[in-house]
Design a protein around this ligand. Structure first.
Ligand SMILES: [Zn+2]
Length: 595
Protein backbone atom coordinates (compact mmCIF):
# COMPACT_ATOMS: atom_id res chain seq x y z
CA UNK A 1 0.00 0.00 0.00
CA UNK A 2 1.25 3.45 -0.87
CA UNK A 3 2.55 5.51 1.98
CA UNK A 4 0.03 8.05 3.13
CA UNK A 5 1.54 11.22 4.53
CA UNK A 6 0.62 11.92 8.12
CA UNK A 7 -1.27 15.09 7.24
CA UNK A 8 -3.67 13.05 5.13
CA UNK A 9 -3.67 9.95 7.27
CA UNK A 10 -4.60 11.91 10.38
CA UNK A 11 -6.79 14.55 8.79
CA UNK A 12 -9.72 15.15 11.16
CA UNK A 13 -12.94 13.56 9.90
CA UNK A 14 -15.26 14.81 12.60
CA UNK A 15 -15.60 18.03 14.56
CA UNK A 16 -14.29 16.24 17.63
CA UNK A 17 -10.99 15.52 15.86
CA UNK A 18 -10.29 19.16 14.99
CA UNK A 19 -7.37 20.53 16.98
CA UNK A 20 -7.28 23.96 18.56
CA UNK A 21 -10.27 25.68 16.92
CA UNK A 22 -12.88 25.27 19.64
CA UNK A 23 -14.83 28.55 19.15
CA UNK A 24 -15.26 28.01 15.40
CA UNK A 25 -16.19 24.37 15.84
CA UNK A 26 -18.75 25.24 18.49
CA UNK A 27 -20.38 27.87 16.25
CA UNK A 28 -20.53 25.49 13.30
CA UNK A 29 -22.08 22.72 15.39
CA UNK A 30 -24.64 25.09 16.84
CA UNK A 31 -25.54 26.31 13.36
CA UNK A 32 -26.06 22.73 12.22
CA UNK A 33 -28.14 21.84 15.27
CA UNK A 34 -30.40 24.85 14.78
CA UNK A 35 -30.48 24.49 11.03
CA UNK A 36 -29.03 27.95 10.59
CA UNK A 37 -26.14 27.45 8.22
CA UNK A 38 -25.41 30.23 5.75
CA UNK A 39 -25.17 29.29 2.08
CA UNK A 40 -21.83 31.01 1.83
CA UNK A 41 -19.10 30.86 4.44
CA UNK A 42 -15.47 31.83 4.45
CA UNK A 43 -12.73 30.29 6.57
CA UNK A 44 -9.62 32.40 7.05
CA UNK A 45 -6.33 31.77 8.86
CA UNK A 46 -2.67 30.98 8.28
CA UNK A 47 -1.75 27.88 6.32
CA UNK A 48 -2.23 24.47 7.80
CA UNK A 49 -4.68 25.34 10.56
CA UNK A 50 -7.58 23.35 9.11
CA UNK A 51 -9.61 25.65 6.87
CA UNK A 52 -10.42 23.18 4.08
CA UNK A 53 -10.59 20.37 6.61
CA UNK A 54 -13.38 22.19 8.42
CA UNK A 55 -15.10 22.95 5.12
CA UNK A 56 -15.07 19.25 4.26
CA UNK A 57 -16.40 18.23 7.65
CA UNK A 58 -19.10 20.83 7.20
CA UNK A 59 -19.93 19.39 3.75
CA UNK A 60 -20.25 15.95 5.28
CA UNK A 61 -22.39 17.17 8.14
CA UNK A 62 -24.78 18.96 5.78
CA UNK A 63 -25.19 15.83 3.65
CA UNK A 64 -25.02 13.23 6.39
CA UNK A 65 -27.93 10.81 6.38
CA UNK A 66 -26.84 8.95 9.49
CA UNK A 67 -29.02 8.56 12.57
CA UNK A 68 -26.58 10.02 15.04
CA UNK A 69 -27.24 13.34 16.63
CA UNK A 70 -23.64 14.40 16.29
CA UNK A 71 -22.98 14.83 12.59
CA UNK A 72 -21.13 13.83 10.47
CA UNK A 73 -21.65 10.19 11.37
CA UNK A 74 -18.82 9.09 9.09
CA UNK A 75 -20.55 5.76 8.32
CA UNK A 76 -23.41 6.66 5.98
CA UNK A 77 -22.79 6.44 2.25
CA UNK A 78 -22.56 10.18 1.77
CA UNK A 79 -20.02 10.57 4.60
CA UNK A 80 -17.92 7.72 3.29
CA UNK A 81 -17.92 9.08 -0.25
CA UNK A 82 -16.81 12.50 0.87
CA UNK A 83 -14.13 11.04 3.12
CA UNK A 84 -12.84 8.97 0.23
CA UNK A 85 -12.95 11.99 -2.09
CA UNK A 86 -15.39 10.38 -4.53
CA UNK A 87 -18.47 12.49 -3.92
CA UNK A 88 -19.66 13.98 -7.21
CA UNK A 89 -21.61 16.69 -5.47
CA UNK A 90 -18.62 18.03 -3.61
CA UNK A 91 -16.50 20.18 -5.85
CA UNK A 92 -13.15 21.46 -4.67
CA UNK A 93 -11.60 24.28 -6.65
CA UNK A 94 -8.14 25.71 -6.24
CA UNK A 95 -8.62 29.43 -6.58
CA UNK A 96 -4.98 29.97 -7.42
CA UNK A 97 -5.09 27.98 -10.65
CA UNK A 98 -8.76 28.53 -11.58
CA UNK A 99 -8.97 32.20 -11.08
CA UNK A 100 -10.54 33.53 -14.28
CA UNK A 101 -14.05 34.46 -15.25
CA UNK A 102 -14.35 31.40 -17.51
CA UNK A 103 -14.01 28.99 -14.59
CA UNK A 104 -16.61 30.85 -12.58
CA UNK A 105 -19.02 30.78 -15.56
CA UNK A 106 -18.60 27.01 -15.78
CA UNK A 107 -19.18 26.74 -12.08
CA UNK A 108 -22.37 28.77 -12.32
CA UNK A 109 -23.57 26.56 -15.15
CA UNK A 110 -22.87 23.47 -13.03
CA UNK A 111 -24.76 24.60 -9.94
CA UNK A 112 -27.94 25.18 -11.86
CA UNK A 113 -28.49 21.42 -11.71
CA UNK A 114 -29.62 19.59 -8.61
CA UNK A 115 -27.20 17.33 -6.80
CA UNK A 116 -26.94 13.83 -8.17
CA UNK A 117 -26.67 11.79 -4.98
CA UNK A 118 -26.35 14.10 -2.00
CA UNK A 119 -28.83 16.51 -0.57
CA UNK A 120 -26.68 19.52 -1.34
CA UNK A 121 -23.98 20.53 -3.76
CA UNK A 122 -20.99 21.92 -1.90
CA UNK A 123 -18.44 24.11 -3.66
CA UNK A 124 -15.18 24.61 -1.81
CA UNK A 125 -12.89 27.30 -3.27
CA UNK A 126 -9.46 27.27 -1.69
CA UNK A 127 -7.28 30.42 -1.76
CA UNK A 128 -10.31 32.34 -2.91
CA UNK A 129 -8.45 35.67 -2.69
CA UNK A 130 -6.59 34.67 -5.87
CA UNK A 131 -9.68 35.07 -8.07
CA UNK A 132 -9.64 37.94 -10.55
CA UNK A 133 -11.91 40.93 -10.09
CA UNK A 134 -14.09 39.77 -13.01
CA UNK A 135 -14.39 36.33 -11.45
CA UNK A 136 -15.39 37.85 -8.13
CA UNK A 137 -17.99 40.00 -9.85
CA UNK A 138 -19.40 36.99 -11.65
CA UNK A 139 -19.55 35.13 -8.36
CA UNK A 140 -21.23 38.00 -6.58
CA UNK A 141 -24.53 37.59 -8.42
CA UNK A 142 -24.74 33.96 -7.34
CA UNK A 143 -23.89 34.78 -3.76
CA UNK A 144 -26.65 37.36 -3.62
CA UNK A 145 -29.28 34.70 -4.28
CA UNK A 146 -27.68 31.28 -3.89
CA UNK A 147 -29.80 28.32 -4.96
CA UNK A 148 -31.26 26.37 -2.02
CA UNK A 149 -29.35 23.26 -2.98
CA UNK A 150 -25.90 24.86 -3.03
CA UNK A 151 -23.42 25.77 -0.30
CA UNK A 152 -20.28 27.79 -0.97
CA UNK A 153 -17.29 27.41 1.30
CA UNK A 154 -14.29 29.63 0.75
CA UNK A 155 -10.89 29.34 2.34
CA UNK A 156 -8.21 31.99 2.36
CA UNK A 157 -4.93 32.85 4.00
CA UNK A 158 -5.38 36.50 3.06
CA UNK A 159 -8.79 37.68 4.07
CA UNK A 160 -7.95 41.32 3.35
CA UNK A 161 -7.60 40.51 -0.36
CA UNK A 162 -11.17 39.30 -0.63
CA UNK A 163 -13.50 42.09 -1.82
CA UNK A 164 -15.76 43.45 0.86
CA UNK A 165 -18.78 42.81 -1.38
CA UNK A 166 -18.01 39.09 -1.19
CA UNK A 167 -17.22 39.15 2.52
CA UNK A 168 -20.48 40.85 3.38
CA UNK A 169 -22.36 37.94 1.84
CA UNK A 170 -20.49 35.25 3.75
CA UNK A 171 -20.53 33.94 7.28
CA UNK A 172 -16.96 34.45 8.46
CA UNK A 173 -14.90 32.05 10.52
CA UNK A 174 -11.44 33.12 11.57
CA UNK A 175 -9.22 30.21 12.47
CA UNK A 176 -6.44 30.83 14.93
CA UNK A 177 -2.88 29.64 14.93
CA UNK A 178 -2.92 26.40 16.87
CA UNK A 179 -1.39 26.94 20.30
CA UNK A 180 1.92 25.41 21.26
CA UNK A 181 0.28 23.34 23.97
CA UNK A 182 -2.34 21.94 21.56
CA UNK A 183 0.32 21.16 18.95
CA UNK A 184 2.50 19.33 21.48
CA UNK A 185 -0.45 17.26 22.69
CA UNK A 186 -1.55 16.46 19.14
CA UNK A 187 1.91 15.47 17.88
CA UNK A 188 2.48 13.33 20.94
CA UNK A 189 -0.79 11.53 20.19
CA UNK A 190 0.23 10.96 16.54
CA UNK A 191 3.63 9.64 17.62
CA UNK A 192 1.98 7.23 20.03
CA UNK A 193 -0.45 6.01 17.36
CA UNK A 194 2.36 5.57 14.88
CA UNK A 195 4.26 3.73 17.62
CA UNK A 196 7.28 5.98 17.38
CA UNK A 197 9.37 6.56 20.45
CA UNK A 198 10.18 10.24 20.72
CA UNK A 199 10.97 12.51 23.65
CA UNK A 200 8.78 15.29 24.91
CA UNK A 201 11.58 17.75 24.21
CA UNK A 202 11.81 16.65 20.58
CA UNK A 203 8.05 17.05 20.17
CA UNK A 204 8.32 20.55 21.61
CA UNK A 205 11.05 21.42 19.13
CA UNK A 206 8.80 20.29 16.28
CA UNK A 207 5.80 22.16 17.68
CA UNK A 208 7.86 25.34 17.98
CA UNK A 209 9.03 24.94 14.42
CA UNK A 210 5.48 24.35 13.18
CA UNK A 211 4.63 27.86 14.37
CA UNK A 212 0.90 27.30 14.80
CA UNK A 213 0.41 25.20 11.67
CA UNK A 214 -0.69 21.60 12.09
CA UNK A 215 0.12 20.70 8.51
CA UNK A 216 3.66 22.09 8.75
CA UNK A 217 4.18 20.19 11.97
CA UNK A 218 2.89 16.95 10.47
CA UNK A 219 5.18 17.19 7.46
CA UNK A 220 8.09 17.72 9.83
CA UNK A 221 6.99 14.63 11.76
CA UNK A 222 6.88 12.76 8.45
CA UNK A 223 10.46 13.70 7.68
CA UNK A 224 11.66 12.85 11.15
CA UNK A 225 9.85 9.52 11.35
CA UNK A 226 11.29 8.41 8.04
CA UNK A 227 14.75 9.52 9.20
CA UNK A 228 14.73 8.00 12.67
CA UNK A 229 12.41 5.02 12.23
CA UNK A 230 10.62 3.79 15.34
CA UNK A 231 13.03 5.47 17.71
CA UNK A 232 13.68 9.15 17.20
CA UNK A 233 16.39 10.84 19.24
CA UNK A 234 16.60 14.53 20.05
CA UNK A 235 19.71 14.72 17.89
CA UNK A 236 17.75 13.34 14.92
CA UNK A 237 15.28 16.16 15.30
CA UNK A 238 17.97 18.79 15.63
CA UNK A 239 19.66 17.43 12.52
CA UNK A 240 16.58 17.02 10.34
CA UNK A 241 15.19 20.40 11.22
CA UNK A 242 18.55 22.12 10.91
CA UNK A 243 17.82 23.43 14.35
CA UNK A 244 20.16 24.74 16.94
CA UNK A 245 19.67 23.24 20.35
CA UNK A 246 17.95 25.77 22.63
CA UNK A 247 20.70 25.12 25.15
CA UNK A 248 23.15 26.94 22.88
CA UNK A 249 21.01 30.06 22.99
CA UNK A 250 20.76 29.87 26.76
CA UNK A 251 24.51 29.47 26.93
CA UNK A 252 25.11 32.32 24.51
CA UNK A 253 22.71 34.69 26.27
CA UNK A 254 24.36 33.91 29.58
CA UNK A 255 27.81 34.63 28.11
CA UNK A 256 26.64 37.90 26.56
CA UNK A 257 25.16 39.02 29.85
CA UNK A 258 28.28 38.01 31.72
CA UNK A 259 30.44 39.92 29.24
CA UNK A 260 32.32 36.76 28.26
CA UNK A 261 33.15 37.64 24.68
CA UNK A 262 35.56 34.73 24.20
CA UNK A 263 32.80 32.27 25.05
CA UNK A 264 30.39 34.02 22.67
CA UNK A 265 32.85 33.75 19.80
CA UNK A 266 33.50 30.15 20.66
CA UNK A 267 29.80 29.28 20.49
CA UNK A 268 29.44 31.15 17.23
CA UNK A 269 32.41 29.27 15.80
CA UNK A 270 30.83 25.93 16.74
CA UNK A 271 27.59 26.95 15.08
CA UNK A 272 29.39 28.11 11.98
CA UNK A 273 31.44 24.94 11.70
CA UNK A 274 28.27 22.86 12.11
CA UNK A 275 27.04 24.50 8.90
CA UNK A 276 24.05 26.21 10.47
CA UNK A 277 22.64 29.17 8.59
CA UNK A 278 23.78 32.19 10.58
CA UNK A 279 20.84 34.39 9.65
CA UNK A 280 18.50 31.74 10.93
CA UNK A 281 20.71 31.35 13.98
CA UNK A 282 20.53 35.09 14.71
CA UNK A 283 16.76 35.05 14.36
CA UNK A 284 16.48 32.20 16.83
CA UNK A 285 18.87 33.91 19.22
CA UNK A 286 16.72 37.01 19.04
CA UNK A 287 13.65 34.91 19.80
CA UNK A 288 15.44 33.62 22.89
CA UNK A 289 16.35 37.15 24.02
CA UNK A 290 12.74 38.18 23.50
CA UNK A 291 11.69 35.30 25.70
CA UNK A 292 14.10 36.52 28.40
CA UNK A 293 12.74 40.05 28.19
CA UNK A 294 9.14 38.85 28.34
CA UNK A 295 9.96 36.63 31.30
CA UNK A 296 11.48 39.58 33.12
CA UNK A 297 8.66 42.04 32.42
CA UNK A 298 5.42 40.10 32.00
CA UNK A 299 3.46 38.79 34.97
CA UNK A 300 2.30 35.85 32.87
CA UNK A 301 5.07 35.04 30.38
CA UNK A 302 3.68 31.56 29.71
CA UNK A 303 0.75 33.17 27.87
CA UNK A 304 3.12 34.85 25.42
CA UNK A 305 5.82 32.24 24.97
CA UNK A 306 5.93 28.85 23.32
CA UNK A 307 7.96 27.11 25.94
CA UNK A 308 7.70 24.13 28.22
CA UNK A 309 7.53 24.50 31.99
CA UNK A 310 11.15 23.53 32.36
CA UNK A 311 12.28 26.06 29.77
CA UNK A 312 10.18 28.70 31.45
CA UNK A 313 11.90 28.01 34.77
CA UNK A 314 15.30 28.35 33.08
CA UNK A 315 14.28 31.60 31.39
CA UNK A 316 13.02 32.96 34.70
CA UNK A 317 16.22 32.04 36.44
CA UNK A 318 18.46 33.71 33.85
CA UNK A 319 16.36 36.83 33.29
CA UNK A 320 15.85 37.38 37.02
CA UNK A 321 19.49 38.32 37.49
CA UNK A 322 19.38 41.31 35.13
CA UNK A 323 17.47 44.54 34.87
CA UNK A 324 14.80 44.84 32.16
CA UNK A 325 16.89 47.71 30.77
CA UNK A 326 19.89 45.42 30.34
CA UNK A 327 17.81 42.76 28.60
CA UNK A 328 16.13 45.35 26.42
CA UNK A 329 19.48 46.83 25.41
CA UNK A 330 20.79 43.39 24.52
CA UNK A 331 17.67 42.67 22.49
CA UNK A 332 17.93 45.97 20.62
CA UNK A 333 21.60 45.55 19.79
CA UNK A 334 21.08 42.03 18.52
CA UNK A 335 18.00 43.09 16.59
CA UNK A 336 20.03 45.77 14.88
CA UNK A 337 22.74 43.23 14.12
CA UNK A 338 20.21 40.81 12.69
CA UNK A 339 18.71 43.47 10.44
CA UNK A 340 22.15 44.40 9.16
CA UNK A 341 22.94 40.73 8.53
CA UNK A 342 20.15 40.48 5.96
CA UNK A 343 22.03 42.76 3.60
CA UNK A 344 25.56 41.81 4.44
CA UNK A 345 27.87 39.52 2.50
CA UNK A 346 29.61 38.80 5.82
CA UNK A 347 26.85 37.83 8.23
CA UNK A 348 29.30 36.32 10.65
CA UNK A 349 31.26 39.55 11.03
CA UNK A 350 28.08 41.50 11.57
CA UNK A 351 26.97 39.08 14.25
CA UNK A 352 30.35 39.23 15.96
CA UNK A 353 30.16 43.00 15.89
CA UNK A 354 26.76 42.84 17.55
CA UNK A 355 28.23 40.59 20.26
CA UNK A 356 31.04 43.07 20.88
CA UNK A 357 28.60 45.95 21.16
CA UNK A 358 26.37 43.97 23.48
CA UNK A 359 29.27 43.07 25.75
CA UNK A 360 30.54 46.65 25.73
CA UNK A 361 27.13 47.96 26.65
CA UNK A 362 27.31 45.73 29.70
CA UNK A 363 24.79 46.12 32.45
CA UNK A 364 22.35 48.97 32.32
CA UNK A 365 20.98 50.54 35.46
CA UNK A 366 17.86 52.61 35.10
CA UNK A 367 18.83 56.28 35.00
CA UNK A 368 16.08 57.10 37.47
CA UNK A 369 17.56 54.76 40.07
CA UNK A 370 21.02 56.30 39.72
CA UNK A 371 19.77 59.86 39.76
CA UNK A 372 17.70 59.15 42.86
CA UNK A 373 20.79 57.71 44.48
CA UNK A 374 22.82 60.76 43.50
CA UNK A 375 20.13 63.00 44.98
CA UNK A 376 20.28 61.06 48.20
CA UNK A 377 24.00 61.46 48.42
CA UNK A 378 23.88 65.17 47.74
CA UNK A 379 21.12 65.66 50.32
CA UNK A 380 23.13 63.69 52.81
CA UNK A 381 25.93 66.19 52.30
CA UNK A 382 27.83 63.54 50.44
CA UNK A 383 31.47 64.31 50.56
CA UNK A 384 34.45 62.09 50.85
CA UNK A 385 33.88 61.79 54.63
CA UNK A 386 30.59 60.03 54.04
CA UNK A 387 31.99 57.44 51.72
CA UNK A 388 33.60 55.04 54.15
CA UNK A 389 30.22 54.65 55.86
CA UNK A 390 28.51 54.01 52.59
CA UNK A 391 30.73 51.22 51.40
CA UNK A 392 30.14 48.68 54.19
CA UNK A 393 26.46 49.60 54.36
CA UNK A 394 26.05 48.76 50.71
CA UNK A 395 27.72 45.41 51.24
CA UNK A 396 25.20 44.40 53.88
CA UNK A 397 21.92 45.77 52.73
CA UNK A 398 19.88 43.42 54.89
CA UNK A 399 21.22 44.82 58.13
CA UNK A 400 18.20 46.40 59.75
CA UNK A 401 20.31 48.39 62.20
CA UNK A 402 21.46 50.91 59.59
CA UNK A 403 18.59 50.62 57.17
CA UNK A 404 16.22 53.57 56.95
CA UNK A 405 14.77 52.84 53.56
CA UNK A 406 11.77 55.09 53.01
CA UNK A 407 12.85 58.09 55.09
CA UNK A 408 14.81 61.01 53.70
CA UNK A 409 18.44 60.96 54.75
CA UNK A 410 19.40 62.52 58.05
CA UNK A 411 20.86 66.04 57.87
CA UNK A 412 24.56 66.39 58.52
CA UNK A 413 25.42 66.33 62.19
CA UNK A 414 27.14 69.37 63.71
CA UNK A 415 30.40 67.52 64.11
CA UNK A 416 30.63 67.21 60.34
CA UNK A 417 29.64 63.56 60.65
CA UNK A 418 27.28 62.45 57.92
CA UNK A 419 25.64 59.18 57.03
CA UNK A 420 24.42 57.87 53.79
CA UNK A 421 21.19 55.99 53.64
CA UNK A 422 22.06 52.49 52.57
CA UNK A 423 20.50 50.64 49.71
CA UNK A 424 17.02 49.43 50.58
CA UNK A 425 16.94 45.64 50.68
CA UNK A 426 14.21 45.42 48.05
CA UNK A 427 16.12 47.57 45.61
CA UNK A 428 19.31 45.66 46.25
CA UNK A 429 17.54 42.41 45.47
CA UNK A 430 16.11 43.73 42.26
CA UNK A 431 19.27 45.39 41.05
CA UNK A 432 22.27 43.45 42.19
CA UNK A 433 24.49 45.31 39.74
CA UNK A 434 23.38 48.64 41.11
CA UNK A 435 25.74 48.28 44.04
CA UNK A 436 28.92 48.41 42.03
CA UNK A 437 27.58 51.25 39.90
CA UNK A 438 26.72 53.24 42.98
CA UNK A 439 30.17 52.66 44.41
CA UNK A 440 31.67 53.92 41.19
CA UNK A 441 29.40 56.91 41.32
CA UNK A 442 30.38 57.60 44.91
CA UNK A 443 34.01 57.50 43.91
CA UNK A 444 33.31 59.99 41.15
CA UNK A 445 31.43 62.31 43.49
CA UNK A 446 34.46 62.14 45.76
CA UNK A 447 36.65 63.14 42.83
CA UNK A 448 34.51 66.18 42.13
CA UNK A 449 34.51 67.19 45.77
CA UNK A 450 38.28 66.70 46.08
CA UNK A 451 39.75 69.99 44.84
CA UNK A 452 37.44 72.09 47.02
CA UNK A 453 38.17 70.01 50.07
CA UNK A 454 41.83 70.28 49.54
CA UNK A 455 41.59 74.02 49.58
CA UNK A 456 39.48 73.96 52.71
CA UNK A 457 41.72 71.62 54.56
CA UNK A 458 44.84 73.31 53.35
CA UNK A 459 45.84 70.11 51.60
CA UNK A 460 47.60 72.22 49.02
CA UNK A 461 50.05 73.37 51.67
CA UNK A 462 50.54 69.82 52.84
CA UNK A 463 51.34 68.66 49.35
CA UNK A 464 53.77 71.50 48.99
CA UNK A 465 55.61 70.40 52.07
CA UNK A 466 55.78 66.82 50.80
CA UNK A 467 56.72 67.85 47.29
CA UNK A 468 60.35 67.52 46.30
CA UNK A 469 62.35 69.78 44.09
CA UNK A 470 63.20 68.09 40.81
CA UNK A 471 66.66 69.49 40.28
CA UNK A 472 67.86 68.86 43.83
CA UNK A 473 66.50 65.35 44.06
CA UNK A 474 67.15 64.09 40.53
CA UNK A 475 69.86 61.63 41.51
CA UNK A 476 67.73 60.11 44.28
CA UNK A 477 64.90 59.87 41.78
CA UNK A 478 67.09 57.92 39.35
CA UNK A 479 68.02 55.59 42.22
CA UNK A 480 64.32 55.25 43.04
CA UNK A 481 63.59 54.30 39.43
CA UNK A 482 66.54 51.87 39.38
CA UNK A 483 64.88 49.78 42.09
CA UNK A 484 61.79 49.45 39.90
CA UNK A 485 63.09 49.50 36.32
CA UNK A 486 66.87 49.31 36.08
CA UNK A 487 67.03 49.99 32.34
CA UNK A 488 64.96 53.13 32.70
CA UNK A 489 67.35 54.43 35.34
CA UNK A 490 70.25 53.83 32.94
CA UNK A 491 68.50 55.90 30.28
CA UNK A 492 67.58 58.66 32.72
CA UNK A 493 71.24 58.97 33.72
CA UNK A 494 71.97 60.06 30.13
CA UNK A 495 69.62 63.03 30.15
CA UNK A 496 70.87 66.54 30.67
CA UNK A 497 69.47 69.21 32.85
CA UNK A 498 66.03 67.81 33.75
CA UNK A 499 63.76 70.57 34.93
CA UNK A 500 60.24 71.44 35.99
CA UNK A 501 58.37 74.04 33.99
CA UNK A 502 54.72 75.03 34.13
CA UNK A 503 53.49 71.70 35.41
CA UNK A 504 55.72 69.77 33.05
CA UNK A 505 58.81 67.72 33.68
CA UNK A 506 61.13 68.31 30.73
CA UNK A 507 63.64 65.54 30.14
CA UNK A 508 66.02 66.24 27.26
CA UNK A 509 68.64 64.06 25.67
CA UNK A 510 71.69 65.14 23.68
CA UNK A 511 71.46 62.13 21.47
CA UNK A 512 67.91 61.50 20.27
CA UNK A 513 68.51 57.76 19.92
CA UNK A 514 69.11 57.55 23.68
CA UNK A 515 65.47 58.28 24.41
CA UNK A 516 63.70 56.43 21.60
CA UNK A 517 62.84 53.51 23.86
CA UNK A 518 61.79 55.73 26.73
CA UNK A 519 59.38 57.60 24.50
CA UNK A 520 57.12 54.55 24.17
CA UNK A 521 53.73 55.46 25.59
CA UNK A 522 53.66 52.67 28.17
CA UNK A 523 57.09 53.72 29.47
CA UNK A 524 56.09 57.37 29.64
CA UNK A 525 53.09 56.27 31.63
CA UNK A 526 55.23 54.27 34.06
CA UNK A 527 57.66 57.11 34.36
CA UNK A 528 54.83 59.54 35.11
CA UNK A 529 53.71 57.31 37.95
CA UNK A 530 57.24 57.22 39.39
CA UNK A 531 57.46 61.00 39.09
CA UNK A 532 54.17 61.45 40.94
CA UNK A 533 55.10 58.96 43.65
CA UNK A 534 58.58 60.32 44.18
CA UNK A 535 58.25 64.08 43.74
CA UNK A 536 54.65 64.16 44.99
CA UNK A 537 53.80 66.39 42.08
CA UNK A 538 51.44 65.79 39.20
CA UNK A 539 53.77 66.65 36.34
CA UNK A 540 53.34 65.89 32.67
CA UNK A 541 56.41 64.10 31.49
CA UNK A 542 57.97 65.39 28.24
CA UNK A 543 60.85 63.48 26.70
CA UNK A 544 62.76 64.86 23.75
CA UNK A 545 66.06 64.59 21.93
CA UNK A 546 68.09 67.67 21.05
CA UNK A 547 67.72 67.13 17.31
CA UNK A 548 63.94 67.33 17.48
CA UNK A 549 63.87 70.55 19.44
CA UNK A 550 61.96 72.20 16.68
CA UNK A 551 59.72 69.18 16.52
CA UNK A 552 59.11 69.45 20.21
CA UNK A 553 57.62 72.85 19.70
CA UNK A 554 55.31 71.42 17.12
CA UNK A 555 54.54 68.47 19.39
CA UNK A 556 53.63 70.79 22.23
CA UNK A 557 51.21 72.65 20.02
CA UNK A 558 49.66 69.43 18.73
CA UNK A 559 49.47 68.08 22.23
CA UNK A 560 47.39 70.97 23.46
CA UNK A 561 43.96 70.06 22.08
CA UNK A 562 44.68 66.35 22.50
CA UNK A 563 45.30 66.80 26.19
CA UNK A 564 42.27 68.99 26.43
CA UNK A 565 40.14 66.31 24.86
CA UNK A 566 41.54 63.61 27.04
CA UNK A 567 40.79 65.77 30.05
CA UNK A 568 37.25 66.23 28.81
CA UNK A 569 36.75 62.51 28.39
CA UNK A 570 38.06 61.95 31.91
CA UNK A 571 36.01 64.73 33.39
CA UNK A 572 34.04 63.26 36.30
CA UNK A 573 30.83 64.81 35.10
CA UNK A 574 31.25 63.26 31.68
CA UNK A 575 32.01 59.93 33.34
CA UNK A 576 28.89 60.14 35.47
CA UNK A 577 26.86 60.86 32.36
CA UNK A 578 28.43 57.89 30.61
CA UNK A 579 27.71 55.70 33.60
CA UNK A 580 24.17 56.87 34.14
CA UNK A 581 23.15 56.49 30.53
CA UNK A 582 25.23 53.40 29.86
CA UNK A 583 26.99 55.05 26.93
CA UNK A 584 30.47 55.62 25.63
CA UNK A 585 32.42 58.73 24.84
CA UNK A 586 32.36 59.10 21.08
CA UNK A 587 33.94 61.93 19.07
CA UNK A 588 35.00 64.89 21.18
CA UNK A 589 34.93 68.22 19.48
CA UNK A 590 36.45 71.37 20.93
CA UNK A 591 36.73 74.85 19.56
CA UNK A 592 34.21 77.55 18.74
CA UNK A 593 30.80 76.41 19.84
CA UNK A 594 28.88 77.76 16.86
CA UNK A 595 30.38 77.29 13.52
ZN1 LIG B 1 -23.07 10.44 7.75
Amino acid sequence: MAYLVLARKWRPQTFADVVGQEPVVRTLRNGLARNRVAHAMIFSGVRGVGKTTLARIMAKALNCTGETEDKPCNVCESCREITAGNAVDLQEIDGASNRGIQEIRELKENIRFFPTKCRFKVIIIDEVHMLTTEAFNALLKTLEEPPEHVYFMFATTELHKVPITILSRCQRYELKRVSFVDLVAFFAKIAAREQVEISRRAIEMIAREADGSIRDGLSLLDQIFSFGGQRVTDEDVVQVLGLVDQQIFAHLARSLLAGDLAQCFDLLEKTYVAGIDLKRFATDLLAYLRALLICRTSPRPEALLEVSDQELAELRQLSGGHSPETLSMLFQLLFKGMSEMQYSAHPRLVLEMAFIKAVQAGQVTPAAALLARLDEMIKAGGGPQALPTAAPAAKEPEKPAVAAPQKPPAPPLPGGKTTIVPETPALADAEPELDSKVKKLEALVEKIAEPKNREKKGDGLASQTHAKDVRKNWDSFVAYVKERKPWMAQVLKLCENPREEEGKLLIRFDNPSDCTLLQGPEHVKDLSVYVLDFFQKDLRVRISGRADKAGEQGEAVLDGPKEERRALANDPLVQITVDVFGGQVGAIRTGPRFR
